[in-house]
Design a binder for this molecule. Structure first.
Ligand code: WT7
Length: 702
């Protein structure tokens, strides 16, 4: 970090709504204004108020109430978090005579450390499953919808508990216990959620790897976490496309074996998409889920975990190096996901909640699995894709299950807008009462469509900004408390103190309107505690750039109402369809191709995906750059990282990349070329060879 270009996504800037400073989002009394005609919306200031019907029943129903709660959460955290923690079960209550948290955010004062709820013992699985299985055994926990419209299954709380216990018993029987790592590579079947919960039950640390990652990517995660057991399936269907899941796992395990990591057991769910008989089978390692798990006793003791015992690791990309194992712990993550789920989604017992994210990402961890289950929400789990069998699938699912709260990514909204409003209007969406957005800035055009066509102007939209590292929502509207501005994640959640820092001076900006890099002051319960196995990397990545603050990697603007507008990453991370991809990962994949000498990857604006990947490549001496070569390079990235990381454009640089005299690639120039903003390339005099820029431009389209 340290270029002043920041790579701030141009699109976020472009989509900014100009706000009329005369129009405040709140009434003079500080109360969120409530309007009887359901919604007042001014195209002028683009401020949208929640309808009275929503506000009247909301957990937090005015700006004043939000302000009071926020103040308490920051000034008296023990009192604020104590009340929320008390809504959950603690086997041993945490020690209320001690401060509720302790932390050091300043590398100059010693190692970075964070801990919450000292001395407490609890269990995520017990809170997410056992409590509800006891109080409401026949109640619905999961509403699973398969890839095909005729595949579905209701899992009750009692059934969920039984299935979790069976897997817990199996894992224990093969020697997996507290602190052991388990890797999960499963499609969106109930087994995925069950696997996470079973690990939590016995204190094993799960590492879910999104089942779209390649064998190589899986292998590097296996090598890093060294699990005894991998939980997977034979295959899955994504729309019309069969995916051979176990084949990827077999290849991943073979690769990890070459690096000295021996997985002892692979437990395979026999998915109807691909019969087990058609899979390669190695008796010495593979086990059929139905033979070894479904035959286990249906009850199993809970391992009581300390607040700071690890719960899971989840790998995420950064600007440099290999993906990091973000480590989350028990007590804080539990309280943080529960609190945000309750308040941000304004949870009510009758809600049917649908988060479209795959559990392979943090959104799925916190808001498909833990948050909603702890809060006893009925959750839709969807294995298929939004456009199969047609583009109305999401709305069919809302209609079929009576979804009340729908949480998705802007990229999905943008991709569905193309199919027209009739696709939406032909389904009954009257049950919807709240909509959510996550993963990237939502452009106001998409926001408006989501609000009008999907939400029929009666559903507030919560644009939730957060990260794998933060564990839970950080900046987000509370839907009944104050007005939303399309494109703004709005105000901080309870206990979160965001601040803007000047990237040049490292100093905080004064309160009021401004723009800078987004940092967080002080610890919140659900934050990551370390990079698994590499605390130094944790400190360097998040706490060294701006000592004293947690550095998010995002840029942001704060407006006159104190609303935050996330402008995008300021580091070399690309956000493609809400998936975070490190440029370094794609670059190192490209140079794995034996004919590629060098590569530099940048993001550029894409109508549907938000950002797309643009790769500049230098080939080895004498290599001809052909259409075939392009394909090979794309295939190389697909197989090393995963299909979702495939470059959209490959641009040959016959005379090399633009580098400074010290050899640093000037990405600022590459970003301009990728964005077709040649006029904005600016000063090239510091380049070792300014002529390379012209050569690169000449070769556009080849
Ligand atoms: C990055 C984190 C945690 C959600 C899934 C992605 C971007 C996330 C928003 C939002 C603008 C957003 C940021 C952030 N991001 N939500 N509502 N508005 N940007 O998790 O893979 O850890 O990526 O996603 O750039 O740093 P992730």
């Amino acid at each position: 970090f340290g270029n002043n270009d920041h790579g701030i996504a141009g699109r976020a800037r472009k989509y900014r709504v100009t706000l009329d400073p005369r129009m405040d989002s709140t009434s003079p009394t500080g109360e969120a204004s409530v309007h009887d005609d359901a919604m007042k919306e001014s195209a002028l200031n683009a401020t949208v108020y929640p309808p009275a019907s929503f506000v009247n029943n909301a957990h937090v129903s005015s700006l004043k109430q939000y302000n009071d709660m926020y103040r308490e959460s920051v000034d008296r955290p023990a009192k604020f978090w104590g009340k929320i923690a008390d809504e959950l079960y603690w086997h041993t209550p945490y020690d209320k005579s001690k401060p509720v948290h302790s932390f050091n955010f300043d590398v100059r004062k010693g190692p970075i450390s964070i801990s919450w709820f000292p001395g407490g013992k609890t269990n995520l699985c017990y809170n997410a499953v056992d409590r509800h299985a006891a109080s409401d055994p026949k109640g619905t926990a999961l509403l699973w919808e398969g890839n095909e419209t005729n595949q579905d299954e209701v899992v009750t709380w009692a059934q969920l508990k039984e299935r979790v216990c069976q897997l817990a018993n199996y894992l224990r029987s093969v020697g997996v216990g507290k602190g052991d790592n388990v890797t999960i590579y499963l499609p969106m079947v109930p087994h995925l959620v069950i696997s996470m919960l079973a690990c939590a039950r016995i204190g094993a640390v799960h590492s879910v790897v999104f089942a779209g990652f390649s064998a190589d990517a899986l292998a590097s995660r296996l090598v890093d976490s060294k699990p005894k057991v991998v939980l997977t399936s034979t295959g899955t269907m994504r729309g019309a496309k069969p995916i051979p899941i176990k084949k990827v796992v077999d290849a991943g395990i073979k690769l990890s074996k070459d690096k000295g990591v021996h997985v002892e057991r692979v437990v395979v769910y026999d998915h109807p998409a691909l019969p087990l008989a058609q899979c390669n089978w190695d008796e010495s390692i593979d086990a059929n889920w139905s033979d070894v798990v479904d035959t286990q006793p249906k009850d199993s003791p809970v391992e009581w975990m300390d607040s700071e015992d690890p719960l899971f690791r989840l790998y995420t990309s950064g600007s440099t190096g290999t993906p990091k194992g973000v480590l989350h712990t028990t007590g804080g993550y539990m309280v943080g996901t529960y609190a945000t789920f309750k308040y941000v989604f304004d949870h009510k017992p009758d809600d049917v909640f649908w988060c479209t994210a795959d559990a392979g990402w943090i959104t799925g961890h916190s808001y498909l699995a833990y948050g909603p289950l702890i809060a006893k929400a009925k959750c839709v789990v969807f294995e298929g894709v939004p456009t199969y069998p047609d583009a109305g699938r999401c709305w069919d699912i809302v209609d079929k299950y009576g979804v009340t709260v729908f949480y998705t990514a802007p990229t999905l909204i943008r991709s569905l807008i193309r199919f027209g409003d009739d696709v939406v209007n032909s389904r009954d969406l009257s049950t919807l009462r709240l909509l959510g957005s996550v993963g990237e800035p939502i452009n106001p055009e998409a926001w408006k469509w989501y609000h009008e066509v999907v939400g029929k102007r009666k559903c507030p939209i919560v644009d939730t900004w957060w990260q794998t590292e933060t564990g839970a929502h950080m900046i987000t509207p509370l839907p009944g408390a104050f007005a939303q501005k399309p494109g703004s994640a709005s105000r901080p959640f309870f206990g979160v103190v965001p601040t803007l820092v000047d990237s040049q001076t490292g100093k905080e900006l004064p309160p009021g309107p401004g723009e800078g890099v987004l940092c967080i002051k002080g610890a919140w319960p659900s934050m990551m505690r370390t990079v698994a196995g590499n605390h130094q990397r944790f400190e360097e990545t998040y706490f060294s750039t701006y000592p004293g603050f947690y550095f998010t990697g995002d840029g942001a603007r704060r407006d006159e109402d104190g609303y935050f507008w996330i402008t995008g990453r300021v580091d070399d991370v690309i956000n493609v369809s809400g998936h975070r991809i490190g440029t370094a990962e794609v670059e190192s994949a490209l140079v794995e191709h034996d004919k590629c000498a060098e590569a530099a990857v940048v993001g550029y604006e894409h109508d549907i995906k938000g950002q797309a990947i643009y790769a500049f490549v230098v080939m080895k001496e004498g290599v001809e750059f052909t259409a075939e070569m392009k394909k090979e390079l794309v295939m190389t990235v697909r197989s090393i990282v995963g299909a979702f990381a495939a470059p959209d454009t490959i641009h040959w640089c016959p005379t090399g990349l633009p580098k400074t005299r010290s050899g640093k690639i000037m990405r600022r120039i590459l970003r301009k070329i990728a964005a077709h903003e040649e006029d904005g390339i600016g000063d090239t005099s510091t380049l070792a060879d300014p002529a390379v820029v012209n050569t690169i431009l000449e070769w556009r389209g080849n």
